[in-house]
Design a protein around this ligand. Sequence first.
Ligand SMILES: [Zn+2]
Length: 80
Amino acid sequence: MALEERKNGKSKRVGLATLPTGAITTAYRAVVDLTCGACGHPIQLGELFSRHAPHKGAIHVAPACTRCRPLRVSDAGEGL
Ligand SMILES: [Zn+2]
């Protein structure tokens, strides 16, 4: 049981990941089947994904699959 594994029902936080743009985001692992909010591609159990706001100021964030937003997960931990 890793301490950083925090369940919120649909996803498990994996840690920080880097996007192709160089931006840092949080990577999640699906614990239920999800659907990418950007392309509609299914995000299956155990797959990595990130979250993105569909538009600026959006309250709800949608899952984004790794095809839309390729993730490079760093195992280095939380520190920057
Ligand atoms: Zn997608």
